[in-house]
Ligand binder design. Structure first.
Ligand code: PGA
Length: 249
C-alpha cells in the first residue's frame, strides 16, 4: 500500500486527476470506477479541465458507479447516477452507453445486482476511486457487511443517512433508508484502488482504516489487503498517522 500525504486538498485533487487522466490517455479501453460524495469532486474538476483543454479523450472510457439509493429514479435530482451525470459525465465526451450504474428503482433488485456484477466481470475495473464514509463504509458497504459480498441492497446506517443531507436532501425524512451497492468482493476485484480522504473529520477514520484490524465492523479496513492501493490524503486527514508510514508529497 502506498500512502501519499499532500499539503492541501487541491494538491490531492490534482494528483488523483492526473493519475486517472494519464491512465485514460495511455490505454485503449480504460474502465474507471467512480465514487460519489464530496471527496472526489476536485479530481473530477481536473478531469473536466483535462477534457476541455484537449488533453484527455473520454470516448473509449467505460464508467461504473459504485452505489445508489433504493427507491428513487435514475434521474431523481439526488440519485448518484444523476449526480455523476450532472457533475462530470455531461461535461466530458464519455458515451452515454458506456456509463453503468445500479438502478435503485429496479423491480427485481436481486436480478439488477446479479446483472451489474456480470457487467463488471465482463468489463474489469482498472481504477476504482473510493472515499471513506463517516461510519467507515466504502461505497454503501456499511459496518457489518460481509467481505464476501457482491452487489446487494443494504439498510443505510444512521451516519450515512445524516451525511446524505450534504448531498442535496433538505429533510432527513426524504433520504432513502436503503441503498444498493457494489459489494466488497466486487470492489476488491478492481486492479487498482485509489482511496481519497480529506479534512480533519476523516483523520480518526483514516487511522482506523490503515492501522486498525481488518474487520467487517469497519469495512474500509479491507483495503489493507488489496495488492495495488494508493491512499491519497491531505495533511488534515493524515493528522493521526505516523510519519514513517506515509510519503509526504
Ligand atoms: P464524502 O463521502 O466524500 O461526502 O465524505 C464519502 C463516502 O461516503 O464514501
Amino acid at each position: 500500500m502506498q500512502v501519499y500525504v499532500f499539503k492541501t486538498e487541491q494538491d490531492v485533487d490534482t494528483y488523483v486527476g492526473q493519475q486517472i487522466s494519464t491512465f485514460i490517455q495511455d490505454n485503449d479501453a480504460p474502465v474507471i470506477g467512480f465514487a460519489t460524495g464530496s471527496t472526489p469532486l476536485g479530481a473530477y474538476d481536473y478531469l473536466i479541465d483535462s477534457y476541455q483543454s484537449g488533453k484527455t479523450d473520454f470516448s473509449k472510457v467505460r464508467a461504473f458507479n459504485l452505489d445508489e439509493y433504493v427507491g428513487i429514479e435514475k434521474d431523481h435530482p439526488q440519485s448518484f447516477a444523476r449526480a455523476m451525470k450532472d457533475y462530470l459525465f455531461s461535461k466530458i465526451n464519455i458515451k452515454e452507453e458506456n456509463i453503468y450504474s445500479l438502478n435503485g428503482n429496479a423491480k427485481d433488485m436481486t436480478k439488477e445486482c446479479k446483472e451489474y456484477d456480470q457487467l463488471i466481470i465482463n468489463n474489469p475495473i482498472d481504477i476504482q476511486i473510493l472515499g471513506i464514509g463517516m461510519d467507515g463504509h466504502i461505497a454503501y458497504n456499511e459496518p457489518g457487511s460481509s467481505f464476501d459480498s457482491e452487489s446487494h441492497v443494504v439498510d443505510l446506517h444512521p451516519e450515512s443517512i445524516q451525511s446524505s443531507l450534504d448531498y442535496g436532501f433538505t429533510k432527513i425524512e426524504d433520504v432513502p433508508t436503503q441503498g444498493v451497492t457494489q459489494g466488497i468482493k466486487t470492489i476488491m476485484k478492481a486492479r487498482q484502488l485509489i482511496m481519497i480522504a480529506k479534512g480533519n473529520k476523516k483523520a480518526k477514520l483514516v487511522e482506523r482504516m490503515l492501522y486498525g484490524p481488518v474487520s467487517e465492523d469497519f469495512p474500509s479496513s479491507i483495503i489493507q489487503t488489496h495488492n495495488n492501493v494508493i491512499v491519497v490524503l491531505d495533511q488534515c486527514a493524515a493528522a493521526n498517522l505516523k510519519e514513517e508510514t506515509y510519503e509526504r508529497r
